[in-house]
Design a protein around this ligand. Structure first.
Ligand code: NAD
Length: 336
């Protein structure tokens, strides 16, 4: 059986590594081989790939998606691209947006050019609900005009538009996914859930931004990977697909659940000055991917959260190494 060769950018990060482990695991499609291209920034962990390292269908290439020569060579050897690589933390983009524009915008364009040059048959661009901006009520469909607010969200919106332009201009098969806030094991301990859980496990306080009433929709990593894989395998060229989780929570309510899960009291919450330009609420309408591709989030939030907390409790060496490596820029914490 011939194998589809997929280049997975950012595959040593949280979502990309989950995608790789899933596709090469027992429930993955057998007929794929994967190459991870990852720069191994502060957010990456090679341990995320331990499970697949010995597979003869797995290759690791360490490098930068902005490196035209390297990207050209790798893309030429693959049939498809699934593009996760990005600078992904909003607070860091507020502190310094340069690397966000370079990796998220320029890096995406370098990949798209290579995909066009070498006739890649499908390019899945993984994006975010943050490109729609803050929405007080209701949910954003894929046709909602983009209104990003943070430098991170603006860099992702720019990359979405460039990717879609390569479809409209050149006919390249581009598929864009926009998901809500992911949670699960192996998430870098600067994002809200792993930051709060690891602080609580260490007996420390958790920094909650502003009034704590910013609302996010939570999506289990398994469900996100299921959605991306449906889009890669069965989606349509030039289309955008929202991927939601179906559990909307304010940060304060989520914090209460995390305190409870870690056996900690409300005195462990430290209210800190709000993030600059903090979006109040995100929500995506995911009826398109449900109707067209049969996507449905399968993970119950309470179970998923309990499993996630237990994973961090049991994997201290994994997160202690990462926490020590990253100088966290913000005093507060928002979901992403
Ligand atoms: P992450 O920060 O955990 O991982 C990003 C990976 O990209 C890392 O392994 C890093 O080394 C790699 N990388 C960064 N710059 C690179 C470069 N120039 N060249 C090659 N590799 C590079 O991020 P994540 O949470 O796994 O997010 C993956 C994708 O999903 C991103 O595109 C992000 O915008 C999107 N997304 C994430 C969420 C979320 O909740 N985590 C929500 C919506 C969308």
């Amino acid at each position: 059986m011939s194998q589809t060769r997929i280049l997975v950018t950012g595959g040593a990060g949280f979502i990309g590594s989950h995608y790789v482990r899933t596709l090469l695991g027992p429930s993955g499609p057998g007929e794929v081989s994967l190459t991870v291209l990852d720069k191994l920034t502060y957010a990456a962990s090679l341990a995320n790939l331990d499970q697949v390292r010995r597979s003869d269908r797995f290759t690791l290439a360490v490098g930068d998606i902005c490196d035209e020569e390297l990207v050209g060579r790798l893309v030429a050897e693959h049939d498809q691209v699934v593009h996760f690589a990005a600078e992904s933390h909003v607070d860091r983009s507020i502190a310094d947006s340069g690397e966000f524009v370079r990796t998220n915008v320029l890096g995406t364009q370098v990949l798209l050019d290579a995909a066009l040059r070498h006739g890649v048959d499908t390019f899945v661009h993984v994006s975010t609900d943050e490109v729609y901006g803050s929405i007080p009520t209701g949910s954003c469909s894929e046709s909602q005009p983009l209104a990003p607010n943070s430098p991170y969200a603006a860099s992702k919106a720019a990359s979405d538009l460039i990717a879609l332009a390569y479809h409209r201009t050149h006919g390249l098969d581009i598929r864009v996914t926009r998901c809500s806030n992911n949670y699960g094991h192996h998430q870098f301990p600067e994002k809200l859930i792993p930051l709060f859980v690891t602080n609580l496990l260490d007996g420390r306080t958790v920094p909650l931004y502003g009034d704590g009433l910013n609302v996010r929709d939570w999506l289990h990593i398994d469900d996100h990977v299921q959605g991306i894989e449906l889009v890669r395998a069965k989606g349509r060229a030039g289309e955008v697909y929202n991927i939601g989780g179906g559990t909307e929570l304010s940060n304060a309510d989520l914090t209460a659940l995390l305190l409870d899960a870690c056996g900690a009291g409300p005195e462990r919450v430290e209210y800190v000055a709000d993030r600059k330009g903090h979006d109040r609420r995100y929500s995506v309408d995911w009826s398109k991917i449900h109707t067209e591709l049969g996507y449905k989030p399968g993970r119950d939030f309470a179970d998923g959260l309990a499993e996630t907390v237990a994973w961090y409790r049991d994997h201290r060496p994994w997160w202690e190494a990462l926490k020590a490596r990253a100088a966290l820029p913000a005093s507060g914490a928002a979901p992403c």
